[in-house]
Design a protein around this ligand. Structure first.
Ligand code: E4P
Length: 217
């Protein structure tokens, strides 16, 4: 399972990239606004930090303008992945960019039928938003399971990128289903490593080690 960071905070991305565990980054217009930085500048900087795909989202709603925006974004770095909304124009743009060999991430997916369309459009990634579905009383993970089943039925190569992840519980559930990628806020990625018994065990080992009076170096 690949781990992407869902943020436009360059310092946090650099911190995570240094662990060697980060496979890519997703941004969206809200995260760019939160960063307070120029979209093109910050995305280019992120592409220089991470080897894997960096999703940068178009803001046009019509196909022709989406294509123009995608051209600007593609010029930023070779690892740019063009993020497109799950609309008819977004799907049309996905199909056209896929034909040109460009990586795409079809976002704002909330139903299995939408995911089926994204796969038919040749998307590299589809982003179902589990947290936002849970927020309105639906079961986000049920959607991930449905997409996994449908993609496997037809051997679609589109990768399921679980988005709107709010906690390690989402990550575990997505991994059990066999989702390809989870994109998470940095705090969730770090929380995956935490366990009270790990902390307690380490403190006990270090206390006992101190009693030996030894050092390794
Ligand atoms: C994914 O690509 C989106 O940027 C993100 O996961 C949305 O998450 P949110 O619902 O917490 O805003």
């Amino acid at each position: 399972m690949k781990f992407f960071a869902d943020t436009a905070d360059v310092a946090e991305i650099a911190d995570l990239a240094a662990t060697g565990l980060l496979d890519g980054v997703t941004t969206n217009p809200s995260l760019i606004a939160k960063s307070g930085r120029s979209f093109l500048e910050v995305v280019k900087e992120i592409c220089g930090i991470v080897d894997g795909p960096v999703s940068a989202e178009v803001v046009a709603t019509d196909h022709a303008t989406m294509m123009k925006e995608a051209a600007v974004l593609r010029a930023l770095a070779p690892n740019i992945c063009i993020k497109l909304p799950l609309t008819i124009d977004g799907l049309k743009t996905c199909k056209a960019l896929t034909a040109e060999g460009v990586e795409t991430n079809v976002t704002l997916c909330f139903s299995a039928n939408q995911a089926l369309l994204a796969a038919k459009a040749g998307a590299t990634f589809v982003s179902p938003f589990v947290g936002r579905l849970d927020d309105i009383g639906h079961d986000g993970m049920e959607l991930i399971q449905d997409i996994r089943t449908i993609y496997d039925n037809y051997d679609f190569k589109t990768q399921i990128l679980v988005a709107s992840v709010r906690s390690p519980v989402h990550v575990l559930a997505a991994a059990r289903i066999g989702a390809d990628v989870a994109t998470m806020p940095p705090a969730v990625i770090k929380a995956l490593a935490g366990h009270a018994l790990t902390e307690k065990g380490l403190a006990a080992f270090l206390a006992d080690w101190a009693k030996t009076g030894q050092s390794i170096l």
